[in-house]
Design a protein around this ligand. Sequence first.
Ligand SMILES: NC(=O)c1ccc[n+]([C@@H]2O[C@H](COP(=O)([O-])OP(=O)(O)OC[C@H]3O[C@@H](n4cnc5c(N)ncnc54)[C@H](OP(=O)(O)O)[C@@H]3O)[C@@H](O)[C@H]2O)c1
Length: 258
Amino acid sequence: MCNCSPVYEDLKGKTLLITGGTGGLGEAFCREFARNGANLCICYNTKRKKALELQSQLEKKHNIRACVFQLSQEDHKSCREVTAGALEHFGQVDCLINNAAMEPQKILFEEASLDYINRLIDVNIKGPINMCQSLLPHFRKRRKGVIVNIGSIWGQTGRRGSIIYGLTKQSTTVLTRMLAMEYAVYRIRVNSIIPGYFDTGMARVMNAEDLKIIKKSIPLRRLGTGEEIARVAAFLCSDHSSYITGQQVSVNGGAHML
Ligand SMILES: NC(=O)c1ccc[n+]([C@@H]2O[C@H](COP(=O)([O-])OP(=O)(O)OC[C@H]3O[C@@H](n4cnc5c(N)ncnc54)[C@H](OP(=O)(O)O)[C@@H]3O)[C@@H](O)[C@H]2O)c1
């Protein structure tokens, strides 16, 4: 792995709004964008303390500005309030990373309760829709903006015991394509990143035995790191990817090849 990550100069001074900034991958996204000089709106759901620590650490280390918002993305009003708060604080938002999601439980399909199904749909499907609806009027007015939606390999390949989760994560691909098509005329780009297996965050839902089997099945024979996926997000939000829209970028060590 290289220790020579590029710095995208055009991200400096831009504002990134990230959902799930307190999660395993979310933290890696925050660190990478701060390293590139971007200001951050860090959204958390329950981990306020972690969000505040991240805010103060990154502000000091990278001389950027960051603010913290509580977000329940299944709630349209909460998304609108966060967006309004971010715009009030920074005057503009340049990039949105729809990263937050509810983690899967391993459960036989027929035993998934209606409550569990509804919650997954609300958080993982309606959440990104709510955030896009809240921010797009601002992007459209400025005739610029970038959205990156985070999917999952389990929405591409499937996994026993995670059917509803896989369905909800697959939805990010459709949302990405449709938005990219509809909003290209306003010079708004929309892409998705499809993570494979990472050494942080939701990987905790797998036991050691599962992880061992998974690592063996990955052509690169290891889990990915947060930095490896965050670098892709920075590229997709920078002007260096100015001709890329409507695409899904798989970051998975070869675990699934299209
Ligand atoms: N890690 C992996 O190996 C992997 C693999 C494939 C796909 N992914 C995808 O990558 C993304 C990030 O995953 P992760 O591994 O970083 O997960 P994680 O560590 O479990 O973090 C999830 C994040 O989502 C936030 N969140 C949960 N429910 C929410 C709600 N109702 N409203 C707003 N925010 C909410 C959490 O906030 P609090 O912590 O503040 O409660 C947390 O910041 C997800 O979309 C996931 O599906 C991850």
